[in-house]
Design a protein around this ligand. Structure first.
Ligand code: NAI
Ligand code: MG
Length: 501
C-alpha cells in the first residue's frame, strides 16, 4: 500500500485506514506538487496525520473529471429512480460506517462523540435519504397559453458544482450540498475545510462502493486561498455553493463573477434571541443554552445575542447561569458525559479569547467563564462557557460573530425596542422569540429580518425546512424542497402548433 492510506488508531481505540489523497475519478491520488497539510487533534494539540493538498493544477484535473462525468451517458441519462437508489445506497453505506465516521469527526473537529454519532451522522444519513426520495419527483410544467403553442419547462441540472464547506459540521455540510446536487443530476467537486479534512476523505471510500460513476463526486483538500479560490474562479465550474464566513463569502462572489457562476452562500450571523416578560422562562433558558453552547458555539445560526425584557432580566440571568453550569460539561469529547469539547483550532481558540478580553475591557459584566478551560490534561483548545451581561449595542462583543461558547445578554423595555435592536445588525440568519402570546410571536416572526425565526425554540433546524439567510448572512437556500432550486435551471421550450408567418 502506498502512502495514500495510513493505518490509525483513534483515541477511543477504533482502528481504521485513513485515506490521505485527493479523491478524483473514484481514485485517491497525490497532489501534483506533493504538498500536504497536517491536521491537529484539538483536544491535545497533537498531529493526527497529513493529507495531500490540492493546488490549481489538481483543481483543473478534478473539474475536468466532473465535466466529463456530467456529459457521460452513464450519469446524464441515468433513470431518475436509479439515481435515487444510488443515493440511498450511499446513505446505507454511511450507516454501516457510522461509528468510524463519527470517531473521525470527533477526533479531527473536537465535537462530543455522542453528538457526532447521534446527531451529525443522523443528519448526514437523513439528508441523503431525503434527497434520494426527490430524485424521481423533479419535473417541469406545461404552461397553457393558446392552442397554437405548447410551452413547457424542463428542470435541468446546472453542471459542475464547486462546493466549499467549513469545519464546524464537515460531514453534515457535505451532505447538505451533495444531496440536492446529486439527486438533480449535477456533478461535484467538493473542497473540505483544511482544518478538518479527514472525515470527508473517509466518506470518499464509500462513493465508489455505492456505485457512482467516476468523476460524479470528487473530493479535494487544500487551503481556501489556493484550492478554494481556484475552484471559485474556475471557468469549467457552473456553480459555487459555500458555507463559511461572510468575508470569505464576499471574496467568493467576486471570484465567481469571472464566468457568472450560479452561487449559493451561507455565511455568518449574530442571531438574536428575545425573551419577553410573558415567556415560559424555564423553556427560554434551556433553548437559549442549546442555541449558543451547542457544538462549542461554532454554529452559524447560534443565537449569540440574548435580549431579555426588563421584568425577567435578573431572573433569566441567574437561571441561565445555573443551567449552563450544570449542562455545559466541558471535557474530553470521547467521554460520554461531555457536552462541550475544544474549539476546532488554535486560531479559533485565540479568537474567542480575544473577544473575552474585548468584553472585559469594554466593561461588560462577566457572569460566567471568561477564560480558557484548563482541566482537560492542561492541553487542548478548551474555553469555559462564557456569559456577559449588561452588554450595550456599541460593544464589539454585541456586534460581531464570535463563534464560540460565548453569549452576550442585554435588556430591553418594549416590543418595539426589541425588534429595532434585533434588526440592528448587518446579519440576518436566525432569530428566536420567547413569548406565550401567539399573536405577538407571529407578529415578531414577520418583523424580524432573518432567514429563519424560531418561536419558543432555537436552532431546531430540520432538513425538510429551508435554511439560509438574508442581508449579509447569505444568498439562496439549502435543505427542503427549496434546496433543489439551488441546483436546477428551468429551461423553457416553446412548440409552435400552427402560427404561420
Ligand atoms: P472561512 O470562511 O475562511 O472558511 C470556510 C471555507 O472556505 C474553508 O473550506 C476554506 O478553505 C474556504 N476558503 C477560505 N478562503 C477562501 C477563498 N478565498 N476562496 C475560496 N474558498 C476559501 O472561515 P474560517 O477562516 O475557517 O473561520 C473564520 C470565521 O468564519 C469563524 O470564526 C466564523 O465566524 C466564520 N465561520 C462560519 C461558518 C458558518 O457555518 N457559517 C463556518 C466556519 C466559519
Ligand atoms: Mg483538526
Amino acid at each position: 500500500m502506498s502512502d495514500l492510506f495510513v493505518e490509525l488508531t483513534a483515541p477511543n481505540g477504533r482502528k481504521y485506514s485513513q485515506p490521505r489523497g485527493l479523491f478524483i475519478n473514484n481514485e485517491f491520488v497525490k497532489s501534483k506538487s506533493g504538498e500536504t497539510i497536517s491536521t491537529i487533534n484539538p483536544s491535545d494539540e497533537t498531529e493526527i496525520c497529513s493529507v495531500y493538498a490540492a493546488g490549481p493544477e489538481d483543481v483543473d484535473i478534478a473539474v475536468a473529471a466532473a465535466r466529463k462525468a456530467f456529459k457521460d451517458p452513464s450519469w446524464r441519462d441515468m433513470d431518475s429512480t436509479a439515481r435515487g437508489e444510488l443515493l440511498l445506497k450511499f446513505a446505507e453505506l454511511i450507516e454501516k460506517h457510522r461509528e468510524t465516521l463519527a470517531t473521525i469527526e470527533t477526533w479531527d473537529n473536537g465535537k462530543a462523540y455522542t453528538i457526532s454519532l447521534a446527531e451529525d451522522l443522523g443528519e448526514v444519513i437523513g439528508t441523503l435519504k431525503y434527497y434520494a426520495g426527490y430524485a424521481d419527483k423533479i419535473h417541469g410544467q406545461v404552461i397553457t397559453t393558446s392552442p397554437k403553442k405548447l410551452a413547457y419547462t424542463l428542470r435541468e441540472p446546472l453542471g459542475v458544482c464547486g462546493q466549499i464547506i467549513p469545519w464546524n459540521f464537515p460531514l453534515a455540510m457535505a451532505a447538505w450540498k451533495l444531496g440536492p446536487a446529486l439527486c438533480t443530476g449535477n456533478t461535484v467537486v467538493l473542497k473540505a475545510a483544511e482544518q478538518t479534512p479527514l472525515s470527508i476523505l473517509y466518506l470518499a471510500t464509500l462513493v465508489k462502493e455505492a456505485g457512482f460513476p467516476p468523476g460524479v463526486i470528487n473530493f479535494i483538500n487544500g487551503e481556501g486561498r489556493k484550492a478554494g479560490a481556484a475552484l471559485a474562479q474556475h471557468h469549467g465550474v457552473d456553480k459555487i455553493a459555500f458555507t463559511g464566513s461572510t468575508a470569505t463569502g464576499k471574496e467568493i462572489m467576486k471570484l465567481a463573477s469571472v464566468n457568472m457562476k450560479n452561487i449559493t452562500l451561507e455565511t455568518g450571523g449574530k442571531s438574536p434571541l428575545l425573551v419577553f416578560d410573558d415567556a415560559d422562562l424555564e423553556q427560554a433558558v434551556k433553548w437559549a443554552h442549546v442555541g449558543i453552547m451547542y457544538n462549542q458555539g461554532q454554529v452559524c445560526t447560534a443565537t449569540s445575542r440574548i435580549l431579555v425584557q426588563e421584568g425577567v432580566y435578573d431572573k433569566f440571568i441567574s437561571e441561565f447561569k445555573e443551567h449552563v453550569a450544570q449542562t455545559s460539561v466541558v471535557g474530553d469529547p470521547f467521554k460520554d458525559d461531555t457536552f462541550q469539547g475544544p474549539q476546532v483550532t488554535k486560531a479559533q481558540f485565540d479568537n474567542v479569547l480575544s473577544y473575552i478580553e474585548a468584553g472585559k475591557s469594554a466593561g461588560a459584566k462577566l457572569i460566567a467563564g471568561g477564560e480558557a478551560f484548563k482541566n482537560v490534561g492542561g492541553k487542548g483548545f478548551f474555553i469555559a462557557p462564557t456569559i456577559f451581561a449588561d452588554v450595550t449595542d456599541e460593544m464589539k462583543i454585541y456586534k460581531e460573530e464570535v463563534f464560540g461558547p460565548f453569549v452576550v445578554i442585554s435588556s430591553f423595555k418594549t416590543e418595539e425596542e426589541a425588534v429595532e435592536r434585533a434588526n440592528d445588525t448587518t446579519y440576518g440568519l436566525g432569530a428566536a422569540v420567547f413569548t406565550q402570546n401567539i399573536t405577538k410571536g407571529h407578529r415578531l416572526a414577520r418583523e424580524i429580518e432573518a432567514g429563519m425565526v424560531w418561536i419558543n425554540s432555537s436552532n431546531d433546524a430540520d432538513i425538510r425546512i429551508p435554511f439560509g439567510g438574508v442581508k449579509q448572512s447569505g444568498i439562496g437556500r439549502e435543505l427542503g424542497e427549496a434546496g433543489l432550486e439551488a441546483y436546477t435551471n428551468k429551461k423553457a421550450v416553446h412548440v409552435n402548433l400552427g402560427t404561420k408567418l
